[in-house]
Write a protein that binds this ligand. Structure first.
Ligand SMILES: Cc1cc2nc3c(=O)[nH]c(=O)nc-3n(C[C@H](O)[C@H](O)[C@H](O)COP(=O)(O)OP(=O)(O)OC[C@H]3O[C@@H](n4cnc5c(N)ncnc54)[C@H](O)[C@@H]3O)c2cc1C
Length: 332
């Protein structure tokens, strides 16, 4: 089969609301495609992906190749690389772009190796030269030089792109795109690495002690799984997550999130406390917060009495409701 002129972008949807790198790359790919004449395609693997598929179409993908299967729910670098390399071998895109996130940095080089092509890592610009080749600009020699790199012969031309390099397109609800659902290949090898447990660890731009917005979770969050949703909310609010001692002891979150006498003192502008009773060993470390919103089933709890806004409700439900609302707001 002939090489197509298509530009492929690997869908990096983990940590989606903190890292918009796929949308940023789709925007630049749309520009590049005006010169190359090919289609902009997103490619993604996983399970329950419709939300992302539609989002990619609204942000410039004209075709989305999607392999959506329960077997792909757990991320596996070997499996995902195998699948991406297999599809690229079969459908022959001209260009294959990946975000330079941990995910992309793992997958990109593996796929390049399997396809026996070149890859420029951590690009900060992309353009098309007069011969229609991808010019990949990447810092070199410790950032002192900008190298412009081309891949003259091998295809696809591959690059990983530093997050934040390009501006994403405005969300277009009316954008039309073709969704191509692909079955799992029969020769999919079993994973050699088995994931026993995964934990979401947010990038700590600010320390908990310095954050303007902190979300603390207590035993009232109910379970480790529900507690993890606080990280999603924190991503949307640009907040940090703290916890009470029982939560840390239950291993729902790591010890560095502990707020209180045995942990950290915080002084945020806004503190959201979900399912926290307000024992003195905890509240002594949060009294300098400017504004407190507490969610608790028990209106008589100390935390609720300390709060500027006290919401008598199920903590998990309020957390989910806020996530839903904020996501809708972002899409508007
Ligand atoms: C020496 C010492 C040091 C300590 N140091 C610390 C420390 O540094 N930090 C710390 O946090 N603790 C510390 N503690 C423990 C502290 O005394 C409390 O036990 C702890 O803070 C209580 O945590 P919690 O609020 O998560 O749990 P709980 O006290 O069990 O409170 C859970 C709250 O969730 C509410 N709730 C239940 N279900 C729901 C629901 N579905 N929706 C909404 N709300 C719900 C309940 O009404 C309750 O108010 C220390 C204790 C000692 C003895």
């Amino acid at each position: 089969m002939k090489i197509t002129k298509d530009i492929w972008v690997l869908g990096d949807y983990r940590n989606y609301f903190q890292s918009r790198v796929t949308l940023q790359i789709l925007a630049r790919a749309s520009d590049l495609s005006k010169k190359t004449g090919g289609r902009v395609c997103a490619v993604l693997f996983g399970h329950d992906l419709d939300e992302y598929v539609n989002e990619y179409i609204a942000h410039g993908a004209r075709t989305v190749y999607v392999m959506d299967d329960p077997a792909l729910k757990e991320y596996s670098v070997e499996t995902y690389s195998f699948l991406l390399a297999g599809l690229a071998r079969e459908m022959k895109p001209e260009i294959l772009l990946v975000g330079a996130t941990r995910f992309g940095q793992e997958i990109g080089p593996r796929v390049a190796k399997q396809l026996e092509t070149g890859l420029t890592a951590d690009c900060i610009d992309l353009s098309i030269d007069e011969k229609g080749r991808l010019v990949q600009t990447a810092p070199s020699f410790g950032g002192n030089l900008m190298a412009k790199i081309i891949t003259p012969e091998k295809r696809p031309q591959m690059a990983t792109i530093r997050p934040g390099t390009f501006q994403e397109l405005v969300h277009d609800n009316d954008a039309a795109g073709k969704i191509i659902r692909l079955p799992l290949p029969e020769n999919l090898p079993g994973p050699r690495i088995r994931c026993i447990r995964s934990e979401y660890k947010p990038a700590r731009n600010k320390k908990l002690e310095e954050a303007d917005i902190v979300i603390t979770g207590g035993r009232g969050m109910g379970s480790r799984r529900k507690f993890q949703r606080l990280f999603e909310l924190a991503g949307l609010l640009h907040a940090e997550v703290g916890a009470t001692r029982p939560v840390v002891y239950a291993d729902w979150v790591s010890h560095d999130a502990l707020v209180g006498q045995a942990g950290k003192n915080i002084r945020p502008k806004v503190l959201f406390a979900f399912g926290v009773s307000g024992a003195i060993q905890h509240t002594a470390a949060v009294t300098d917060s400017d504004f407190i919103v507490a969610v608790n089933k028990n209106p008589e709890s100390t935390m609720m009495k300390m709060a500027d806004v006290a919401i008598v409700a199920d903590a998990g439900q309020v957390c989910s409701g806020m996530i839903r609302m904020l996501k809708e707001k972002i899409r508007e």
